[in-house]
Design a protein. Structure first.
Length: 327
C-alpha cells in the first residue's frame, strides 16, 4: 500500500490492516501456561516422551531443534513444516529440509496429547516445547515456553526454498533475514549456537571445499587442515553423507561451537560470517572468555523470541488432530 498523499490517514489505514490480519508477527496472545486449564499435564506429557526418545536416540536432538527453526522461518511458527503433500511439494520436501528427522517423534508426542486432551494442543506448540526439551536433555538450561499457537493449513516447497536462511549467507543477508522476522543481531549469534547439535549434508558446504568462487578453489576463511578432513568425508557432488556440525560434541549442548568459529572451523559460510560483524564477534569472544557465562540463558530468551514469529492465535488456523495433515 503506497501513501503518496494524505500520509497520516494512509498510515493509519496501514496500521489497522496490520492488526486485522490473522498472522500476529510478534507473538501477542502467547503466554506461559496457556494450557494450564485445558490440558494441565501437556508439558509433562511432552517431557516424558522426549525423555524416552533421547535415552535411545540422542542423535535426534539436532534435527528436532532445527525442525522448530525451519518451521518458524517459513510462514511463522505454525506447524507447516509437519504437513505432508501427496505430490511432494510441502515444506518438508524442500532440499534444505531433507536432513530433518524425527517426524515420528512429533507424531508420538501428539498421539499422547490427543489421548489426554483431544483437540487441544497445537502441533506448532508441540514443536516449540519439543525444541526446549531436547536441548535441556542434552545439557542446556530450561526456559519457559510460551504457548497458544494454532496450526496453519498451507505448506509450500517453494516458500521453504525462498525463506529459509541459506548456509552460504553472508553477514548482511543474515542480519537482514533475522531483522525481517523481528529478531536482533544478538538473537542471530545466539541461535547460531544451536549448531552445537546435529549434522549437515555435505551439499550444504561442499562449495567451500571444491568450488568456492567457481574456479575449483577452496574458501580461504576455512581452516586448511579442516578442509582436508572434510574432503575425506565429502567427495564432490556428495548429496547423502552427513557431517557433524560441532565435531565430537554433536550430542551435547555446549559452547564448543563458539570455540570453532575463530579457529575458522565453522562448517557453513554463515558460521564464518559471524566474524564479519563487530557485535556477533564480540559475543563469540565473550562466551569463549567466560566459558559461556551467558549463552545458556541467552539461548532460552532467543528461542522464545523466535517462537513468536508469525504465530496464529485465537480463531486463526486450527488445532490439528494429526500433525501431518489438516483436519
Amino acid at each position: 500500500m503506497a501513501c503518496p498523499k494524505l500520509f497520516l490517514s494512509c498510515l493509519l489505514l496501514q496500521l489497522m490492516f496490520l492488526f486485522l490480519v490473522p498472522e500476529v508477527a510478534h507473538g501477542q496472545g502467547l503466554k506461559v501456561g496457556f494450557y494450564q486449564k485445558t490440558c494441565p499435564n501437556a508439558e509433562a506429557i511432552v517431557k516424558k516422551v522426549i525423555g524416552q526418545v533421547m535415552s535411545v536416540a540422542p542423535s535426534l536432538s539436532g534435527p528436532l531443534l532445527r525442525m522448530h527453526f525451519h518451521d518458524c522461518f517459513v510462514r511463522g511458527c505454525e506447524g507447516s513444516i509437519l504437513l505432508n503433500s501427496s505430490t511432494n511439494q510441502a515444506e518438508k520436501d524442500a532440499p534444505p529440509n531433507l536432513s530433518l528427522r524425527g517426524y515420528q517423534v512429533i507424531d508420538r508426542v501428539k498421539t499422547a496429547l490427543e489421548k489426554a486432551c483431544p483437540g487441544t494442543v497445537s502441533c506448532a506448540d508441540v514443536l516449540a516445547i519439543v525444541a526446549r526439551d531436547v536441548v535441556v536433555a542434552t545439557g542446556a538450561l530450561s526456559y519457559d515456553v510460551e504457548t497458544g499457537r494454532r496450526d496453519g493449513n498451507v505448506s509450500s516447497l517453494n516458500e521453504a526454498l525462498n525463506n529459509l536462511v541459506p548456509p552460504n549467507a553472508n553477514i548482511i543477508t543474515l542480519k537482514a533475514d533475522f531483522a525481517m522476522r523481528g529478531l536482533s543481531v544478538k538473537d542471530l549469534v545466539v541461535l547460531s549456537g544451536g549448531h552445537t547439535l546435529g549434522t549437515s549434508h555435505c551439499s550444504s558446504f561442499s562449495d567451500r571445499l571444491y568450488n568456492f568462487t567457481g574456479k575449483g578453489d577452496t574458501d580461504p576463511k576455512l581452516d586448511s587442515n579442516y578442509i582436508a578432513r572434510l574432503k575425506l568425508k565429502c567427495k564432490p557432488n556428495d548429496q547423502t553423507t552427513l557431517v557433524e556440525m560441532d565435531p565430537g560434541s554433536v550430542r551435547t549442548f555446549d559452547i564448543k561451537y563458539f570455540d570453532l568459529i575463530p579457529k575458522r572451523r565453522g562448517l557453513f559460510t554463515s558460521d564464518a560470517a559471524l566474524l564479519d560483524d563487530s557485535e556477533t564477534k564480540a559475543y563469540i569472544d565473550l562466551q569463549i572468555k567466560t566459558g559461556g557465562s551467558t549463552f545458556f540463558k541467552d539461548f532460552g530468551v532467543s528461542m522464545v523470541n523466535m517462537g513468536r514469529i508469525g504465530v496464529l492465535i485465537g480463531t486463526a488456523g486450527e488445532v490439528r488432530k494429526v500433525c501431518a495433515k489438516v483436519n
